[in-house]
Design a protein around this ligand. Structure first.
Ligand code: GUN
Length: 293
């Protein structure tokens, strides 16, 4: 069997077009331009690139973005005061604090200070909590898990009644994704670094999601023939043939696993482009919710 390769770049482009049309309509009908504030603390080059890409994507769909860059040694009170100020600004509908934060800052305290109605990353405890409650429509789902769900749904892959095995329990991906799959009636197993006999669990998966940050960790023998495999990993491996000296691979050994899976996401071009598309979607929703009823 050779798996269908799920084209995340094409699906993300379709979502960006839908967001742009809705942004235009919001502007035309209500005079509202959605606005996203990005907050970057410190000088981690990867985080700076992510934020730059997010702001560029905003501009392409007509969302205004307001960038704040703070030094690494920013005192907590200063960051919290900025978040309070952004919370009050009516042209800012969404607030994104890029992670990871420098180690002297308390991530839980900072993310808890973003008002839930502007929490377009979906990391506030009240937004994360709602993901796990059946029948409650979440205001904002975290962007990468929301991207995984959108890839499945837009590829017409059924979730209800399937056994989904999620490798990874992070707050950003594994845990919220497991809750979102559960809310869609999957049977969910979460595996993590302390799980024993991992392969016996992954081999039971109808839908296998890898979000552990280990290059090509999932091999052919860990995948049930016909399973759907979603690869969230983005890992650099040395490659002397690439002009950059490295290339990007996922948490899944793509070439091996594509021979047994029924569908698989590539890296790059799978889940990656979906994260920003869902951030735009969430920012649009935040702006739509600000329309007076
Ligand atoms: N760092 C890695 N992923 C994310 C994300 O989705 N949002 C934010 N704010 N920071 C991140």
């Amino acid at each position: 069997m050779s798996a269908t390769v799920i084209d995340g770049a094409a699906i993300a482009a379709a979502i960006r077009r839908e967001v742009k049309a809705a942004v235009d309509a919001l502007q035309r009908e209500h005079g509202i331009t959605p606005g996203l504030a990005t907050v970057l603390v410190g000088n981690d080059p990867a985080s700076a690139t992510y934020v730059r890409n997010k702001r560029k994507a905003c501009a392409e769909v007509g969302i205004a973005s307001f960038g704040y860059e703070l030094p690494t040694d920013t005192p907590p009170q200063k960051l919290l005061a900025l978040l309070d100020e952004l919370a009050c600004r009516s042209e800012v509908h969404g607030i994104l604090v890029q992670l990871p934060l420098p180690s002297h800052l308390d991530e839980g305290q900072v993310l808890g200070r973003v008002p839930p109605e502007k929490d377009v990353d979906g990391f506030h405890p009240s937004n994360l909590g709602v993901l796990g409650i059946r029948g409650r429509e979440p205001r904002f789902a975290p962007c990468t898990p929301a991207g995984c769900i959108a890839l499945l749904e837009r590829s017409a892959i059924p979730i209800a009644g399937r056994h989904a095995v999620v490798l990874g329990r992070s707050k950003i991906v594994g845990l919220p994704l497991a809750l979102m799959l559960l809310a869609r009636d999957a049977t969910v197993t979460i595996c993590h670094s302390r799980t024993t006999d991992l392969a016996s669990l992954t081999r039971q998966a109808d839908i296998l999601v890898a979000a552990i940050g280990k290059a090509r960790f999932v091999t052919r023998d860990m995948v049930r023939p016909g399973a759907v495999v979603i690869d969230v990993g983005i890992n650099r491996i040395e490659d002397a043939r690439d002009p950059r000296g490295y290339r990007l691979v996922g948490d899944v050994d793509f070439e091996e696993v594509r021979t047994v899976a029924s569908a698989i996401t590539p890296v790059p071009g799978g889940v990656g482009p979906m994260t920003i598309a869902m951030l735009l979607w969430n920012t649009l929703r935040a702006a739509e919710c600000s329309v007076p009823k």
